[in-house]
Design a binder for this molecule. Structure first.
Ligand code: FAD
Length: 434
């Protein structure tokens, strides 16, 4: 069943899903994919050691430096059992403990392995990073990003650490998503409860104003994208101990997350939210074209730099000539007290989500979560910068007051690359479902 064959306009946009499929799969995805393999984009500077500011670590076994004790049978942390209870209210107490313990050690070992980061960076590359740092530090900064100052910041090779199935599931990611949707996403007005399926009842979204809908859809679209990647590159275990485990597309997992019959009708809407998020980041890139064409993609090798600029310009020309961009001038209209307050809340919620990413209990998921939130934040920064509420302000981004750091540019392109790859993967699942 091709439930993932979506039709019609992306909500709150004048652009059709089919148009985006064609633009992305034929033009953007192949170009972006080859750009993101280049040195400038593949090394991401990130601090994965920040402590979670909201709750104590509950990552059980997934974090690399997690205490091994927590993974032992009969030594499951109380907190984990407690959360398990909360999430499974209908089960009996004994059953939880039993379920949690069975195969726990084995699952932990697998989770640890899958979530661990490959930090291999050649000595030659490390020396090159020093040049990059000097170059970056000479740039005027639009805003201070905490991470850039910290000693815990490291370069990670994104190609060695692809976003894919890690086995990160259960109370820890559920707490992250719940905290994002329930505490940091806008919710419809009174008499509305998200219920146990938090974030699920999208039909009531229409009772919210445009800005709040945009916020919700952005996050939901990101959530969709993350979950598509884990279905697209899924680890199938060895067959009863025979043969090797295998990475492949998992149609069943995809269906369980997006088939309307298995998701209380929410699946297709969640897929559509992915297209919405894609459109927002596409628009941000279009708006930043004058800036990005001038930015210079410094790697220290003049041939590589100019090759890369040619490739980026080619992609930007395609993006710029797309006719159905999201119109951000519809957002935060008027200079009223309410609008200003709404905008401040929007920013505050977004900042909180950035901080929640430090609570993700799986290094690889945290890496990509942080990258994608930073990329999305950079897109919003572009859309809402200066006089940016009007579409004609596109040229104004070329002025000297506006600056993006290398990390923001790398995050923006890679985050957009993730959305692009998800839309491409939907096409794969469509074919597999036929
Ligand atoms: P979840 O995806 O955890 O969703 C929880 C609830 O949210 C669902 O029951 C549903 O009600 C609602 N929901 C689901 N999707 C949407 C949506 N699109 N919009 C609105 N509501 C929705 N796992 C990996 O294997 N690899 C990764 O790289 C990875 N990265 C992650 C990064 C982050 C930041 C987080 C928080 C988690 C990540 N995970 C990753 C875990 C993954 O997202 C799921 O949480 C996990 O697979 C468990 O899925 P689930 O079926 O319990 O539902």
């Amino acid at each position: 069943r091709c439930f993932c064959k979506l039709h019609g306009e992306v909500d709150d946009c004048s652009c059709r899903v089919e148009t985006l499929d064609s633009l992305n799969n034929n033009k953007i995805y192949p170009r972006l994919n080859s750009l993101l393999a280049r040195n400038y984009f593949r090394y991401f500077k990130v601090n994965l050691k920040k402590t979670c500011p909201f709750w104590s670590d509950d990552s059980r076994c997934a974090l690399k430096d997690c205490h091994v004790n927590v993974c032992k049978k009969d030594d499951v942390p109380f907190k984990f059992i407690e959360e398990y209870h909360l999430d499974n209210e209908k089960h009996e107490k004994n059953k939880y403990s039993k379920d949690v313990n069975v195969g726990f050690e084995e699952r932990c070992a697998e989770e640890r392995e899958l979530s661990a980061l490959d930090k291999t960076i050649s000595e030659e590359k490390k020396a090159e990073f020093q040049n990059w740092r000097e170059y970056d530090e000479a740039l005027p900064m639009f805003c201070d990003i905490d991470d850039e100052q910290s000693n815990d910041v490291e370069y990670v090779d994104l190609l060695l650490n692809p976003e894919r199935y890690t086995g990160y599931k259960g109370p820890s990611p559920r707490r992250i998503w719940r905290s994002i949707y329930e505490e940091n996403c806008f919710k419809p007005e009174k008499n509305y409860g998200y219920g146990p399926e938090y974030g699920a009842d999208l039909s009531l979204e229409s009772s919210m104003c445009l800005e709040k809908r945009v916020f919700f859809r952005l996050i939901s679209g990101l959530h969709t994208s993350i979950n598509i990647h884990l279905c697209d590159q899924y680890l199938f275990p060895a067959n009863n101990g025979f043969g090797a485990s295998k990475w492949d597309h998992n149609l069943k997992e995809f269906q369980s997350r997006f088939d309307p019959e298995l998701t209380n009708g929410q699946g297709p809407q969640r897929l559509k939210n992915l297209y919405f998020t894609y459109l927002i980041e596409l628009r941000a890139l279009a708006k930043a074209v004058p800036y990005l064409k001038e930015a210079g993609f410094y790697t220290g090798d003049p041939t590589e730099d100019s090759d890369l600029q040619v490739g980026v310009n080619n992609l930007l020309d395609i993006i710029k000539s797309f006719p159905d961009h999201f119109d951000e001038s519809q957002l935060f209209r008027g200079n009223t007290k309410e609008t200003k307050q709404l905008k401040a809340e929007f920013v505050q919620h977004f900042r909180n989500i950035t901080r929640i990413m430090d609570c993700v209990g799986c290094d690889k998921c945290k890496l990509w979560g942080k990258l994608q939130i930073l990329g999305m934040g950079t897109a919003l920064k572009i859309l809402f910068s200066g006089d940016s509420m009007r579409p004609d302000s596109i040229v104004k981004l070329g002025n000297k007051d506006f600056q993006l750091t290398r990390t923001e540019i790398v995050a923006l392109f890679n985050a957009f690359g993730r959305l692009s790859s998800s839309i491409h993967a939907i096409e794969t699942f469509r074919k597999l479902a036929r």
